[in-house]
Write a protein of this length. Structure first.
Length: 317
């Protein structure tokens, strides 16, 4: 089992790791990690190569896409307001332009020679992120998401795994084994699996009060998946107990252009805290992933090092 942490090349990350006095490679060696899961949210390759450390690559996720795919123009223009806004988000005003952006994103990620790609399956508009009243069901989103992926899967080499990541928004939530199995059956690519994001799964249950309750909830969900849990080849490991925020979150209708407000809201839901309860090891009694990615929020890389070290230690309990 390879242990990684997620990494992005945004200026803050690059500057933060320089302040430790170590290179990225030195930092990984210090923590006993096998590499990184590189966030590739762009259509062009990075200026510096990461192929020596990038074990995985997380593709860009367009969280709001269903109505473009279904050509539901009335609802689409309620969300985006103008053609310029559509172009900014999708790369064009038609789904073929968006498919081209997805393909370019995959190509940019493959430059780093990752063993796997992460592909998130979700659909949510900005307004729905606050109202929690959704226009589309999990089954509808998964059905269309499979069709989208099948249109771009020819970009992925057969020896590269594609791991579909669960979300708490409509889509692949792992709450229904039958629907999860049907989604996987619709994928026309052989080398697939699931990326279990523990924080995302915890976000589906706002009644959870403690880590132990959360861990038990994850274990129950995995048991309910039955044999499908063997599709879990990777884990994004973090803790998120955001029920209180979810119940009290502000009721507003932001636009996609207001990225800062949306990002703050999502970060308050998806907390990315480290686990501190050794019972987290129970999760790994039910699954045998090839990859564990420590996906944690932090103020600096010294704090991140402490968090990763402590969370890694729990996996040995």
């Amino acid at each position: 089992m390879k242990q990684l942490f997620n990494y992005s090349t945004v200026p803050g990350y690059e500057e933060a790791i320089r302040r430790t006095g170590k290179s990225l490679e030195d930092y990984l060696a210090m923590l006993g990690l096998d590499g990184i899961e590189l966030l590739v949210y762009r259509s062009e390759p990075y200026m510096r190569p990461f192929d020596n450390v990038a074990v995985g690559a997380h593709l860009r996720s367009w969280s709001c896409w269903y109505d473009l795919w279904k050509n539901n123009k009335d609802r689409l223009y309620q969300i985006f307001r103008s053609d310029d806004a559509l172009r900014d988000y999708y790369g064009g005003t038609q789904k073929r332009a968006w498919l081209l952006q997805i393909k370019r994103n995959i190509q940019a990620a493959l430059i780093e020679k990752p063993e796997y790609l992460v592909y998130r399956v979700e659909e949510v508009s900005p307004a729905e992120q606050y109202s929690w009243n959704f226009d589309h069901t999990n089954a509808e989103v998964m059905k269309m998401a499979a069709r989208v992926f099948n249109r771009v899967s020819d970009q992925v080499p057969a020896d590269t795994k594609v791991l579909f990541e669960n979300s708490w928004w409509p889509g692949l939530t792992l709450q229904n084994a039958k629907q999860t199995g049907e989604f996987l059956e619709k994928i026309k690519f052989e080398n697939i699996g699931l990326m279990l994001d523990t924080g995302h799964l915890l976000n589906t249950n706002p009644d959870l009060q403690s880590e132990r309750e959360g861990i038990d909830y994850i274990c129950r969900t995995l048991k309910n998946l039955g044999e499908l849990r063997h599709y879990i080849k990777g884990v994004h490991l973090s803790c998120s107990l955001s029920g209180e925020y979810q119940r009290q979150s502000p009721q507003m209708i932001p636009s996609l252009e207001n990225d800062a407000r949306l990002l703050s809201h999502v970060c308050n839901i998806d907390q990315h805290k480290p686990f501190t309860d050794s019972a987290v090891a129970k999760i790994f009694e039910l699954i045998e992933p090839d990859y564990v990615v420590h996906v944690l929020y932090y103020d600096d890389f010294n704090q991140l090092a402490r968090q990763i070290t402590e969370q890694k230690q729990l996996l040995k309990a």
